[in-house]
Design a protein around this ligand. Structure first.
Ligand SMILES: NC(=O)c1ccc[n+]([C@@H]2O[C@H](COP(=O)([O-])OP(=O)(O)OC[C@H]3O[C@@H](n4cnc5c(N)ncnc54)[C@H](O)[C@@H]3O)[C@@H](O)[C@H]2O)c1
Length: 156
């Protein structure tokens, strides 16, 4: 697959799969904008890196502003960032449940809303339009012991 002239934002890019996806995107010719929680991160394939908490609307607005100023459009949003907790129901608090839903599910809504104008610009100007990639998990399809909050958040 060739992704020349394709501008991609990937969240959680400093994690295991995030770094690997960033490398694959870069190898295919894409411009890779990587984000993650830390102020600085080791994402060798990234053309740009920004600190970004995906649960923060302000952070999404900040990243959208950076992309608008530099590229004027976004061709692909990869919602890769996620968290999990291994815990029994007794040990799963409402607070920890909500945190997992906020990072894994609500971020998809606020991120898509923040990037919508940039994605629409891509959709209007590029053949094939823009894409959003969300990550499911086998845990979301089949469930797994002691990970009810994560499995719920990953249902397809
Ligand atoms: N590893 C697996 O076996 C597996 C299987 C199925 C699906 N997935 C999915 O793949 C994706 C990546 O998983 P991974 O294994 O690379 O996980 P990982 O823990 O290695 O990486 C996740 C990254 O997300 C970041 N992150 C956490 N909270 C964040 C927040 N609030 N804002 C921004 N970034 C945040 C972390 O800092 C980390 O770098 C996830 O969506 C996960 O559900 C993973």
């Amino acid at each position: 697959m060739q992704l020349d002239d394709t501008i991609v934002l990937i969240t959680g890019a400093a994690g295991g799969i995030g770094r690997a996806v960033s490398r694959s995107l870069k190898d295919a010719g894409a411009t890779v904008i990587a984000t993650d929680l830390a102020a600085q991160a080791d994402v060798p394939a990234a053309d740009a890196y920004y600190r970004h908490d995906v649960t923060s609307e302000a952070d999404w607005a900040h990243i959208a502003g950076k992309i608008a100023a530099k590229y004027g459009r976004l061709d692909c949003l990869v919602n890769n960032a996620a968290i999990a907790q291994v815990a029994s129901i007794e040990a799963t608090t409402l607070e920890s449940w909500r945190k997992i839903q906020a990072v894994n599910v609500e971020s998809i809504l606020i991120g898509t809303r923040a990037m919508l104008d940039l994605l629409k610009t891509s959709g209007k100007t590029r053949k094939g339009g823009a894409s959003i990639v969300n990550f499911s998990s086998v845990g979301g399809q089949r469930g797994a012991a002691f990970t009810s909050a994560y499995c719920t958040s990953k249902a397809p």
